[in-house]
Ligand binder design. Structure first.
Ligand code: NAD
Length: 512
């Protein structure tokens, strides 16, 4: 368990944070340092543990988007005028404030998104690390001097793009918010971020902490609103210089199309259908545990979830038996309980989608080896509790083998040869992640090279870190929004030519 560096007055802090932006349980968008009421449709935030509304707001709408863009544009100019070292100090301070408020933020995310408190405590620390990591990059991103074959001094500058519009989903709003905001502002940009309309609160907190840490007011504006209205308005806004979209592949296509109309580049972080491959020579005890965390962690609401479990035919029967027994023992319940490892599904629509996909999998011939809608008190709670679910005997042509479920549902398939395993892993248009379990080093590296995916694990699953590039192949998206790659993605190079000759020849064509 991570050591938590928390303020002594945690209960006071959470009330302060909560009261600061949820007056009378009304929320709004964080624009230019203030909370603005939206003008669009009435929306509610629903507690996933009981299905009841706990806050409400109006969709931000065009006027709020305009105000956010104007604020980010002005703030970005002030931010870019600061020295890189001064910007780095602000990012470091944001990280410190996240650590100081970690317990309050974790509690809020647990309550609002239904995610287990033990996971949220860790995630709050990861978010602090994101700002700390990019704090270090601020004054280390520089251009180059290029030895051109003429009398010129030629150098490059890496300049920020301006205002970056970021759109994020509901599954890990705090984590994704930090992951996107930190590199964008480290590179000198302003941000307008629209988290999912289902989970805007933790991103609003991050925006507030950015300003508290010394960022110019309005450097990070947070829109509370829907995708098709507020999100689309932000993507299509004239001030947007880059769109970063984290969400479904369908949403990514719509956003990329809209951005293309303004010739705006995109980074797309989309869905997945990742394969977790188990060879018979693997340490099967560890593989059973790893394959559980791969799909059941976060109740499967993870883009990198190992939703396809490919097991060698020779160990398949014993593996599935042990796996099903172990899955039934994972602490599953209310996310605020300290031991809970699997909480509810975030929202009713997703809950029903998961259930319908499981039913279709069974009707197509898969065998339900455990799981389904929760029974007992959890089933009666009105919340969206779905037990860890194992569908065995899945064939490649079934929907459950091809489409993302985004829930705690694993599709188990078998293979005979390494070639077949790699071919099965690559048999979807997605390419986000994957893993192999084997003690054969050569095979591990062959499979890692053969599987088409942006992230791959050998004898492990789910480790990601802001220092390492993360992103998709194929329909899982393009571009990278972490590591040093993100600093490049969030800037553009400018080439500057300085004549150094006393009497240089004047050229009318391209020269050099
Ligand atoms: P979604 O595509 O429905 O929505 C994502 C976000 O986009 C939301 O904020 C939504 O309001 C907004 N949006 C939707 N249509 C829009 C439009 N036309 N213009 C602008 N904004 C629009 O996805 P979701 O259901 O919220 O999230 C689940 C999906 O996200 C899964 O597919 C999951 O794999 C993916 N995901 C990917 C990553 C990654 O890093 N690759 C991380 C987390 C989640």
């Amino acid at each position: 368990m991570d050591h938590l560096e928390t303020a002594p007055d945690q209960s006071a802090r959470i009330l302060e944070l909560w009261a600061g932006f949820v007056p009378g349980k009304r929320i709004g968008s964080l624009v230019d340092g203030a909370i603005l009421e939206g003008t669009g449709a009435a929306l509610e935030l629903i507690d996933p543990t009981n299905g009841t509304a706990f806050a409400n707001f109006n969709d931000a709408g065009d006027a709020v988007v305009d105000a956010a863009m104007a604020s980010a544009t002005l703030a970005q100019r002030a931010w870019a005028a600061m020295t890189a070292s001064a910007r780095g100090r602000v990012l470091y301070e944001i990280g410190r404030l996240v650590r100081q408020n970690a317990e309050a933020i974790a509690e809020l995310e647990c309550r609002a998104a239904g995610r287990p408190i033990r996971d949220m405590r860790g995630e709050a620390q990861r978010v602090a690390e994101m700002f700390e990591y990019y704090a270090g990059w601020c004054d280390k991103l520089h251009g180059e001097v290029i030895p051109v074959p003429s009398s010129h001094l030629n150098y490059t500058r890496r300049e920020p793009l301006g205002v970056v519009t970021q759109i994020t989903p509901w599954n890990a709003p705090l984590f994704t918010g930090g992951w996107q905001i930190a590199p964008a502002i480290a590179a000198g940009n302003g941000v307008v971020i629209k988290p999912s309309e289902l989970t805007p609160l933790s991103t609003i907190i991050l925006g507030i902490l950015c300003e508290k840490a010394g960022a110019p007011r309005g450097l990070v504006n947070v829109l509370a609103g829907q995708g098709s209205t507020t999100g689309a308005a932000a993507v299509g806004h004239a001030a947007t210089a880059l769109v970063v979209f984290v969400g479904s592949s369908g949403g990514g296509m719509a956003v990329a199309e809209a951005a293309a109309r303004n010739l705006i580049p995109c980074i797309l972080e989309l869905g997945g259908k990742s394969a977790n491959i188990v060879f018979p020579d693997a340490d099967l005890d560890r593989a059973v545990l790893g394959a559980q965390s791969a799909i059941f962690g976060g109740a499967g609401q993870s883009c990198v979830a190992g939703s396809r479990l490919l097991v060698h035919r020779s160990v398949h029967a014993q593996f599935v038996e042990r796996y099903a027994q172990a899955a039934g023992r994972i602490p599953f319940g209310h996310p605020a309980e300290p031991m809970t490892q699997i909480g509810p599904i975030n929202n009713r629509r997703q809950f029903e989608k998961i259930d319908a996909m499981v039913a279709r999998g069974v009707s197509e011939g898969a065998r339900l080896a455990g799981g389904g809608r929760a029974g007992g008190a959890l089933g009666q709670s009105g919340g969206f509790f779905y037990a860890p679910t194992i569908l065995d005997g899945v064939l490649p042509q079934m929907e459950i083998a091809r489409e993302e479920v985004f829930g705690p549902v694993v599709a188990v398939m078998t293979f005979e040869t390494e070639e077949e395993a790699v071919a099965l892993a690559n048999a979807t248009p997605y390419g986000l992640a994957g893993a192999v379990w084997t003690q054969n080093v050569a095979r591990a590296h062959r499979v890692a090279a053969g599987v088409r995916a942006g992230t791959f694990w050998i004898n492990g699953y789910k480790t990601i870190n802001v220092m390492s590039p993360f992103g998709g192949f194929g329909k899982s998206g393009y571009g990278r929004s972490s590591g040093l790659e993100a600093m490049h993605a969030y800037t553009q190079p400018k080439s500057v030519w300085v004549e150094t000759a006393e009497n240089p020849p004047v050229a009318f064509g391209y020269s050099g």
